[in-house]
Design a protein around this ligand. Structure first.
Ligand code: GDP
Length: 444
């Protein structure tokens, strides 16, 4: 399978992120290195690797993980999206009448792929026909005929005619009852001028809706030149990657996709006519990484991202540092924690307050557990707005009333006020720091 070991090596690295909700630069470096190593060993061109890893690095460090999304899921969704971006959508092949031309070097798997694709279209209720124009390779006709028979699709070829252009013209006429015409062409060991001339002439006669380049998954960097030559002569709309059952590489095919600005149409995974898959990027990459449905994960992260943006519009943690900190702020802070993670992480989001500075805070200031948050929330619901805005005015009689109203104890109400004071003090410290030039310098 393409990039076969990417999944396992990346899984190991990503697992180290389990339980973390923030990603450090070292984490990102390690993940990107794993990806680079796998892509390069799968023969993906170095400039593509560089581009992909730069994008992943930049996004993982600059984008904020959305509310409640663990770091692992966040990074995984970025890796997934960037891989989808690199590999692209599947070649558009509508399930309707059409003509497809196959190009590629000898042995790449054209003849096999023609029959496989015809079989695939037949499973979609269409009537496909294979037209074999390879007069160069001895045995091509017999092989194509036999495979078309196995695929139970229409077939045209003529072993007695050595003019492939003529065969193509005749083939289209003879198989006019079919909806999908798949025209197989001759390959050579290398790209020779006569091959290019021939395929250009066939293309002129066939006038295909789609031209596909068939590539052996093991091809490597040679794919680039092939792809650009075929693209120049007939225009390549998509790539068929064959023999994925026998190699861990496949990066060359990705280079070809990039070079021709095309996409992947089909994957060949064996010698039988049924050993074919329509390329589907989501499932492909999810399987590649060995991880469930990553498309869904990416969507979930995206949704959470939008949600966080909405909430951030209403409440900016930075505002809290500017002026008065009230119980309302504390309540918002606690609600936000449900979405954004604990206070110390929210602090990380505030420019200049991450890193070592929060380590200087008393432990209790950050100790807002889920249970405490829930009981604080209940207590605050029994407070008046004025009390929440001016908590200092809450005296013994108010404490008694609030405890009764919220079904909690006076001790719990006091604990909430204590917590509030602690947070307020902490924030005052921050505000103090903000005016200190030396501290500002340190925080940069
Ligand atoms: P052509 O010269 O491009 O028409 O290539 P062929 O279709 O004749 O394929 C060359 C060889 O590769 C044949 O032996 C095929 O059976 C084999 N082949 C083609 N596709 C696949 C594949 O997806 N998996 C495996 N294992 N073998 C394949």
């Amino acid at each position: 399978m393409v990039l076969d070991d990417l999944g396992s090596s990346l899984r190991g690295t990503l697992d180290k992120l389990r339980g973390k909700s923030r990603i450090s630069e070292e984490d990102v470096e390690e993940i990107v290195k794993e990806i680079q190593r796998s892509l390069i060993s799968a023969d993906v061109e170095i400039s593509l690797v560089q581009e992909l890893s730069d994008n992943i690095k930049q996004r993982a460090l600059e984008e904020e993980p959305p509310a409640g999304t663990p770091a692992r899921d966040f990074v995984l969704s970025i890796v997934y999206e960037e891989l989808v971006d690199l590999i692209g959508e599947s070649t558009d092949l509508p399930l309707e009448e059409q003509t497809i031309l196959l190009a590629g070097l000898q042995g790449s798997g054209k003849t096999t792929s023609a029959a496989k694709m015809a079989w695939w279209f037949s499973t979609k209720g269409l009537r496909p026909a294979v037209i074999q124009t390879d007069t160069f390779r001895p045995g091509a006709y017999d092989q194509a005929q036999e495979m078309a028979e196995r695929a139970e699709v229409d077939f045209y070829g003529n072993p007695d005619n050595d003019d492939p252009v003529e065969i193509a013209r005749k083939g289209l006429e003879e198989t006019s009852e079919a909806d999908v015409h798949i025209v197989d062409t001759a390959g050579r060991h290398a790209l020779e001028d006569d091959l290019i001339d021939e395929i250009e002439q066939i293309e002129g006669v066939v006038d295909p809706d789609t031209s596909l380049l068939v590539l052996d998954a093991a091809i490597g960097q040679g794919a680039k030149e092939q792809a650009s030559q075929f693209d120049e002569s007939i225009g390549i709309d998509g790539v068929v990657i064959t023999k994925l059952d026998g190699t861990a590489k496949g990066g060359g095919a990705l280079t070809a996709v990039d070079q021709t600005d095309s996409s992947i149409a089909f994957l060949g995974t064996g010698e039988e006519v049924q050993d074919v898959e329509r390329f589907e990027p989501n499932g492909f990459i999810s399987r590649l990484l060995g991880m469930g449905d990553l498309g869904q994960l990416a969507e979930r992260v995206e949704r959470a991202m939008q949600q966080t943006e909405i909430e951030e519009e209403d409440w900016d943690p930075e505002d809290m540092l500017q002026g008065q900190f009230t119980l309302n702020d504390m309540q918002k802070q606690m609600e936000a924690m449900n979405n954004m993670g604990p206070l110390d992480q929210v602090m990380d989001m505030i420019p200049g307050f991450g890193g070592g500075i929060k380590d200087q805070l008393p432990d209790d200031a950050m100790d807002v557990t889920q249970d405490r948050m829930r009981s604080f929330s209940v207590i605050m619901d029994s407070m008046t707005d004025a009390e929440k805005e001016y908590p200092k005015a809450i005296g013994a009689s108010q404490i008694e009333r609030i405890a009764r109203g919220s079904g909690t104890s006076e001790e719990q109400v006091r604990e909430l006020l204590q917590q509030y004071k602690m947070m307020e003090k902490t924030l005052k410290q921050f505000q103090g720091m903000g005016s200190d030039k030396e501290m500002q310098r340190m925080m940069q």
